[in-house]
Design a protein around this ligand. Sequence first.
Ligand SMILES: [Fe+2]
Length: 278
Amino acid sequence: MKYTIKALEPFGVLIQALDKDYSVEDISIDLLKKYFDQDKLIILRGFKTFSTSTSFANYCERWGEISVWPFGKVLDLTKHQNPEDHIFDNNYVPLHWDGMYRPEIPEYQIFHCLNAPANDQGGQTVFSNTSIIIDKAPAELIDLWKKVNVRYTRQMEFYNSTTFSPLIIKHPYKDKLVIRYNEPPAKDIPDFINPPGIEFFGIDKNQLETMQLKLQESLHSPEAFYAHTWHNNDIVIADNFTLLHGRQAYAKKSGRHLQRVHVNSSPKFKNPGLETYL
Ligand SMILES: [Fe+2]
């Protein structure tokens, strides 16, 4: 055996190479897709990975059709000098799902860590497994959440979009319910750059704050929440249909550098909530 497989808590699987010359490309995609279906999050650690963006994109293409952005297939996630958006800053990023402002919503997010922050520098990518939350939540809470719809507006260099989404939707291809939510940025982060507009419908004003707090608490509860501390060359594959994800703040000078590719489901999933896209 060239790698070990270990279940993570509360969800996910860590596949770790025993031989540093073993390439991540040599693990069967069919096998990885079985873990993906079952565990929703795969961490591949210690493998030989990719020396160029093109070789990384070519690998991702083996998972399915890549969702191409205005910048191309591979997004470099680093701290920019003078960021115009929180994505390129070093502060925290609230939970959300990818593609929510785009015409198609990718099923797979594939990350490659080119440079991990040091242990004490933060920068964890965080994941919340909304299927676990739905399974554990009392029926009255699910009934309340089912009544809520949210309109999100966001303008940044890659789009100017409005999306309207129920808080709870059916998974695009499975008989499961999932939560779709973009958490409003915490009020105590005054320098959060370019926050989205978030407007709630289907809930009384006097119930809104309590509902949001309970939702927040559920999304961050230890039984559904995993914070991934990056190691150099980690490859992480996350289920964007079931999980929500975000980021913890990191030290400015950490040199954190991830690459991310979006891969569509087959057939591809058209964004059902997109109202405007410019
Ligand atoms: Fe994201």
